[in-house]
Design a protein around this ligand. Structure first.
Ligand code: PNS
Length: 177
């Protein structure tokens, strides 16, 4: 039987435990899972595409049927290029559904052979998003359980100068009052 490749596209800025949950679940179903990071020149990301790729490669190194790649332009064109039959998207809360449905229908219009498969994440990740992780990290909040340890370390390294600067300003302002 022909092997089934699925593509898991996204921004992954940064990758979270929710992303990892989907990767593990899908790797148990599909023959090959390609985690595909969008190269989007319009966005101003926290991590470069290369940094995100290194983190995802490290996170998935023990999963033999998972590989990490990057793509630009239309996702369906990239999926066709690598011979993917399915596109994977994680659904957390009902609020995700409308956006995901529209994207899935647009992708189907662009490439009717490519099937979108929605996967339910573990309920502990129902509220977890890369945007919220960035916000908690910027405010120096606890990140345990939200992202893998290596991502937490990268976040701290990246944001440490900004956090130190904020703390110095707070101390200065405290001294003035
Ligand atoms: O992690 P994200 O930001 O929710 O992922 C969104 C992503 C990368 C899957 C989506 O923006 C995408 O596929 N972009 C590539 C451009 C494209 O194909 N657009 C047409 C579908 S609306």
């Amino acid at each position: 039987m022909k092997k089934v490749t699925a593509i898991y596209p996204g921004s992954f800025d940064p990758p979270t435990n929710g992303h990892m949950d989907l990767i593990v679940r899908s790797s148990a179903i599909f023959d090959e899972v390609v985690v595909a990071i969008l190269r989007n020149p319009e966005k101003d990301p926290l991590f470069s595409v290369a940094e995100r790729r290194v983190m995802l490669e490290e996170m998935t190194k023990d999963l033999r049927n998972v590989r990490v790649d990057t793509f630009g332009g239309l996702m369906v064109e990239y999926a066709e290029k690598i011979g993917a039959r399915a596109v994977l998207r994680g659904i957390r809360a009902l609020s995700d559904y409308e956006y995901e449905l529209k994207m899935a229908l647009m992708n189907r219009r662009l490439q009717p052979q490519l099937e979108t498969v929605f996967m339910m994440l573990g309920e502990q990740y129902a509220y977890l998003s890369s945007r919220m992780v960035r916000e908690v990290a910027r405010l120096n909040g606890p990140m345990h359980g939200l992202v893998p340890e290596l991502v937490e370390r990268r976040l701290r390294e990246k944001l440490e100068p900004a956090i130190k600067f904020q703390n110095a300003r707070k101390t200065k302002a405290g001294k003035r009052t």
